[in-house]
Design a protein around this ligand. Structure first.
Ligand SMILES: [Zn+2]
Length: 324
């Protein structure tokens, strides 16, 4: 039988064991908490690095046509805006100039784990963007050009032209380039909507479109005026080189292969896309001076928001495609 004295000793011994057990358990628990906390922090850092690398590579990718320095400058700017230190960004432009790889880095966060003696390191995420061309676009303008028609970027031309003077796009007699997106489709109102807003559905390479006859100049005029007013309302400086890609003043037009029958175009097949910036003078009363044709210049532009494939189009619309 235990005497009160022995009881006390026994209890003290058990108490001592419990403290040791508790200390051991606490170490394991704290270690696990530290590990979980560090894994959590680093998981977020890793995701952050990845988002920043993607954004930087995509931004840099829009400048591939402007040379290596511009690509690097833009990519670093965007990475920094996304919270990465400038000295933790590396930008590698392909020798061919057709692609860019951005790597973002951050130290491995071992805030808790260092207590338990772990060594620090570095995390990195890479993103690669290559030059791409559109194979399907939305907001197509319902006037196109023939693939046999050549043009120079930045030079003045007239779209929707019926006669072959020097600056008119010559599409052949009786072909104005005006198009229907579906066979036997729209009335005048629908066509006027497309002039203002573009076609809502996706137009892809290989799609068949139909020539539209009987287009009134008044429709062209009101459509173009609406675009000019919308662009003005956006308040940016509208010029062929400074307009953002979604400016209503930029017409995205199909480049087509025409199928002729009895000296008439019966249907056309979309073979590429081009961007045409509308040139117009504003009169004193705020109205736009719009001729019977659509005046403007073909521009090179980098734009997203369409279906693309790796490659480059001679018609000047490019985008960067994230490939890794
Ligand atoms: Zn503009």
């Amino acid at each position: 039988m235990l005497t009160p004295k022995k009881w006390k000793k026994q209890l003290q011994e058990e108490h001592g064991t419990a403290i040791v057990m508790l200390a051991l358990a606490m170490t394991v628990v704290l270690g696990s908490v530290a590990l979980v906390a560090d894994v959590g922090v680093n998981f977020f850092t890793q995701a952050h690095l990845s988002v920043a690398a993607d954004a930087a590579a995509l931004a840099g990718g829009t400048k591939l046509k402007e040379g290596t320095d511009r690509v690097i400058q833009t990519a670093v700017e965007v990475a920094v805006k996304n919270g990465i230190d400038a000295d933790k960004v590396s930008v590698l432009v392909d020798g061919s100039g057709d692609g860019v790889t951005v790597t973002t880095k951050a130290p491995l966060q071992l805030f808790f784990a260092t207590i338990f003696g772990s060594e620090g390191g570095e995390m990195a995420q890479s993103a690669r963007v290559v030059m791409a061309r559109p194979v399907g676009m939305y907001k197509m303008f319902p006037v196109g050009i023939d693939e046999n028609q050549t043009f120079e970027f930045g030079q003045n031309y007239k779209l929707f032209a019926k006669k072959g003077t020097t600056d008119e796009i010559d599409l052949g007699a009786g072909n104005s380039g005006a198009l229907e997106f579906t066979e036997n489709a729209s009335g005048a109102a629908e066509f006027e909507y497309y002039l203002r807003e573009g076609y809502d559905e996706l137009i892809s390479l290989g799609d068949i479109l139909y020539p539209k006859s009987g287009v009134k100049y008044s429709a062209i005029k009101s459509g173009i005026a609406a675009r000019l007013n919308d662009a003005q309302a956006l308040g940016h400086n509208c010029s062929p080189t400074t307009c953002p890609p979604d400016c209503p003043r930029i017409l995205y037009i199909p480049v087509y292969h025409a199928y002729w029958e009895n000296s008439k175009v019966v249907e056309v097949e979309v073979v590429d896309f081009a961007a045409f910036w509308i040139d117009a003078t504003q009169l004193g009363n705020g109205e736009w001076k719009i001729d019977k044709e659509i005046n403007g210049v073909f521009i090179r532009i980098t734009k997203g928001g369409y279906i693309s494939e790796v490659g480059e189009s001679p018609y000047g619309i490019t985008s960067g495609k994230l490939v890794q």
